[in-house]
Ligand binder design. Sequence first.
Ligand code: HEC
Length: 92
Amino acid sequence: MKKILLLVSILFSLTAAADESAIKLQQGAGLDAVTRNCSTCHSLDYIPMNSVFQERKGWEATVNKMIKVMGAPIKPEDVPPIVDYLTAHYGK
Ligand code: HEC
């Protein structure tokens, strides 16, 4: 019984650690579209890492590149909320 408890607490602390290291983007309109569409291939920390030099045009180009070059399956109606969100929160 003690062993089981120990195992459970180890597993629990591992999950807690994973949650803490998960990247947290700023809250705002469009965040769900971003989380849904932009975290399947790489981690969301690509967004803050690239925010220093992107403005609206840059984010539009990035999102289009993800779709056209990387093959991201993003619905056309999700693109405007994604670009708006990125520009508002991670634009320069
Ligand atoms: C189909 C897979 C896929 C999806 C979905 C995807 N990306 Fe990417 N993304 C990539 C690949 C591949 C790279 C380049 C390789 C690397 O650096 O890992 C990349 C690189 C990036 C970069 C680094 C700069 C650059 O232009 O290369 C940013 C910023 C980025 N993605 C943002 C996004 C955003 C925002 C979304 C959601 C709209 C998104 N990605 C969705 C595959 C994807």
